[in-house]
Write a protein that binds this ligand. Structure first.
Ligand code: ADP
Length: 449
């Protein structure tokens, strides 16, 4: 069975059950007590009636038989001859055979019914064949009728009270927990939209309870996190910016050294300086671009871009790398496939995907690029039949600096920033980029603009 996870429901179930137990205990106590009290009062009433009739009989007051017979004052009393023969009064078939016991009120169960019976004996007056038995009888069941109807009322009332308690309590807890819902909603919004500027809503008339303080504390924490992330982005942006000039100088000097190198050894050294400076320069430009997009500072020149032309340019720039590995490049773009985009940004995203296709393909593979208009959307697909990406890596490849295979990637001077950059660029355009891959068979990146 699934465990109940909502605190609201658990609290409601807990106190409704507690309420139920309380009602049952209180009702049983009250019921038991009132039953005993009503029996006591019936007993008293019977004893009183019997005593009065006995007194009248002892004093030989005339007309006692008539009074008893009239059944008003002494409706529970009957008079028997001393040998047990019924004479007058309440005739009750059930108790007629119950033996007489002097002066002890008692309960008798007869044929499933209960009675309170009380007998006394008048002193034996002369000439009256040994006096009389005076018997008082009252059925207990009849006294309980009142109690029974109270029980029936309670049986209807208990569920009603419980229902009201449960509903009322659930409503109150729901209201009390509203700030928690707000907190959860804000946390979800932040993680879904990656928008750290969102805060937990605190209404001015909110009660200053624990949850209110929690919301304020969480908002303060979000302020701090947002500031830290802002500082980090600013640092990346500043650092990349500062590194650009020295790297350009190193690259220029390296190229100069390459030009004036006297022998193979010097040439090799200079070439390494040039290659590595190009690699660092590319890395720094990507970092700078990412930092600018993160800070919403990236210039974004939307214009009509002909994807046929753009993809040709991308393929051209990759031709040399492809031919070094014997990889064929194909493109398939219908004429007039135009998109509204920033040309240079989209170009670097697509170029990066083609370059990955080449890097992660085996010799004599192929990379194809296609673009299709589907209604008001445009789909660009870059597919290769290379090494593919294993399932456990597929979600992580978009993470900055993530590389599946460090050793292999080092050969190409990979940075692990290409895909995160492509994703940021596509997101900036309001589009999506997704990947499908089968290890050993190939990979397909799909951009929808
Ligand atoms: P890198 O500069 O390392 O290529 P990317 O961000 O472009 O960085 O790619 C991240 C990782 O994803 C790469 O290290 C590589 O392992 C994997 N990857 C990207 N594209 C492909 C592809 N077409 N085929 C196989 N693996 C790929």
């Amino acid at each position: 069975m699934k465990k109940i996870t909502s605190i609201k429901t658990r609290i409601t179930i807990w106190y409704t059950s507690l309420m139920f137990v309380l009602i049952v205990v209180v009702l049983s106590l009250v019921g038991g007590l009132s039953y005993q009290l009503s029996i006591d009062s019936v007993e008293k009433d019977v004893i009183l009636q019997v005593t009065q009739v006995t007194e009248k009989l002892s004093k030989r007051q005339p007309g006692v038989f008539e009074i008893v017979e009239s059944k008003e004052e002494f409706k529970n009393v009957s008079i028997y001859a001393i040998d047990g023969k019924y004479l007058v009064g309440q005739y009750n078939y059930d108790v007629v055979n119950v033996p007489f016991v002097e002066g002890i009120p008692r309960r008798e169960s007869l044929d499933g019914k209960e009675y309170i019976v009380y007998d006394t004996r008048t002193p034996s007056p002369s000439g009256m064949r040994g006096g009389f038995w005076v018997r008082g009888v009252e059925s207990v069941n009849s006294t309980m009728l009142l109690g029974r109807s109270a029980i029936i009322i309670m049986l209807i009332l208990i569920p009603l009270i419980l229902l009201l308690t449960a509903l009322g309590g659930y409503y109150i807890t729901k209201r009390a927990f509203r700030p928690v819902n707000n907190i959860v909603k804000t946390a979800n919004d932040i993680s879904r939209q990656k928008d750290l500027t969102r805060r937990i809503e605190i209404t001015p008339d909110a009660k200053e309870d624990e949850l209110h303080h929690l919301s304020i504390t969480l908002n303060k924490m979000l302020d701090k996190i947002e500031n830290l992330i802002k500082q980090e982005k600013q640092f990346t942006s500043d650092a990349s910016h500062e590194l650009r000039t020295p790297i350009s100088v190193i690259l220029a000097q390296g190229e100069y050294l390459l030009d004036i190198a006297k022998d193979e050894k010097e040439k090799e050294l200079a070439q390494t300086i040039v290659d590595k400076s190009k690699q660092v320069s590319k890395l720094v430009s990507r970092l700078l671009l990412l930092a600018r997009i993160d800070q919403n500072r990236q210039k974004f020149n939307k214009e009509k871009v002909d994807l046929g032309v753009l993809i040709d340019i991308a393929i051209d720039s990759m031709k040399e790398l492809a031919s070094q590995k014997g990889i064929l490049l194909f493109s398939d773009v219908a004429e007039g496939t135009i998109v509204d985009a920033d040309e240079s940004l989209i170009l670097s995203a697509i170029t990066n995907l083609i370059s990955n296709g080449i890097k992660y393909s085996n010799e004599s593979g192929s990379v194809s690029v296609s673009a299709t208009k589907l209604g008001d959307r445009t789909e660009i697909v870059v597919a290769d039949n290379g090494v593919g990406i294993a399932k456990e890596h597929i979600d992580k490849i978009w993470t900055r600096f993530y590389r599946v295979d460090d050793v292999r990637n080092d050969e190409y001077g990979s940075s692990g920033l290409g895909l995160s950059m492509a994703k940021s660029i596509i997101k900036l355009h309001g589009g999506t980029i997704t990947v499908k891959s089968t290890p050993g068979k190939g990979t397909e990146f799909r951009i929808v603009l």
